[in-house]
Ligand binder design. Sequence first.
Ligand SMILES: O=C(O)Cc1cc(O)ccc1O
Ligand SMILES: [Fe+2]
Length: 447
Amino acid sequence: MNVIGQAQPARTGTAEPGYMSGFGNSFESEALPGALPVGRNSPQRCAYGLYAEQLSGSPFTAPRAANERSWLYRIRPTVRHIGRFARSDAAPLWRTAPCAEAELPIQPLRWGPVPIPEERLSFLEGMRTVTTAGDAAAQEGMAAHVYLATRSMEDEYFWNADGEMLIVPQQGRLRLRTEFGVIDIAPGEIAVIPRGVKFCAELRGEPARGYVCENYGGTFTLPERGPIGANCLANQRDFLTPVAAYEDREAPSRLLVKWGGALWACEIGHSPLDVVAWHGNYAPYKYELRRYSPVGPILFDHADPSIFTVLTSPSGTPGTANIDFVIFPERWMVAEDTFRPPWYHMNIMSEFMGLIYGQYDAKPQGFVPGGFSLHNCMLPHGPDAEAFEAASAAELRPHKLANTLAFMFETRLPQRVTRYAAELETLQRDYLDCWKGLRKRFDPTKP
Ligand SMILES: O=C(O)Cc1cc(O)ccc1O
Ligand SMILES: [Fe+2]
């Protein structure tokens, strides 16, 4: 589906969000009538004196299904949105793989939520890396971050050359002003900002906290549905991409770029969010996680959590994800003669989990909203003793797991913990004790 966005008057940092629906579409949108060239990408002279610029998210020669690019019609080309770059320490706790600065004993790890400080922190300044995996320069792997934001970015803009950013708010709403348009997100929603797309993050009310998966590898896409068919899980039409909205703003501004694991900054005299029209399939989007239609066991057994995959970042090996973004949403539990919570598990993939709200069935205590856990490659995990006892004794009536939303960033690559995470006060040094109560129950005389 292609939708031409509503024409919007020229505005300066005040545009309200408007969206087009679909996933991976060839979208087109213009904020001024006729700004988008018709039937061509590079006219000799663009309307309104705009410059044409292509943004390539895949190599030119990527197969059609994985080929991603957009054409942007803008007030200035990006070469005029940069100046003399100098290293910046604006995000001192942001780390990039490979990063081997800390060593914790191998074991399952869990942290309580990081308190939001009084200090004024922008979305970038408040980025704290918890784990890194792979190698950003090899374009594989990921980093899991927590962000804490107590102020809006003002006349500050950012692009990430190292990866795309999947933003998972846990508390507080954000307005993301991007080159492609404006996206609002709140807890329960996610947004994806592709690699190279300029944006700034503003608070919409209370201070914000959430998680970010920085994806160095293949861009997130929808998983195959296989025998599930054409519907359910994350449906394409529920993904929303913003309509064009530009800023024609002349003001002393700072542009920050994360490139090669380092943060760089330069001073510029205007907003780089100056795209008046654009078309293509490489663009930011948002998604309301409550729209996810879960499919699961309706007679017996607990299916692999891959049935709850929202987005997947492919690696070169089919079926082996660079990252799976998986959620554990509200759902009915109906399986008969079944231990319903997650089973005990060891996995070649490495599992970073977070909780947006509610309670997670395998960990009724200790895993709290805003907290996170890491069950790394081939390290055991599973329901705590309390969850095991309750699930083993429960009367198996249909039961709704309501008001709960946990998620997992699962990667084929082991995740290394940063020094920040290793030294974090909320690291639960007694995490292993949650399984202590799993006493020996074996009795060879009682089949
Ligand atoms: O709880 C976890 O750590 C994740 C998880 C979920 C699930 O449904 C099955 C196995 C598993 O490890
Ligand atoms: Fe697991």
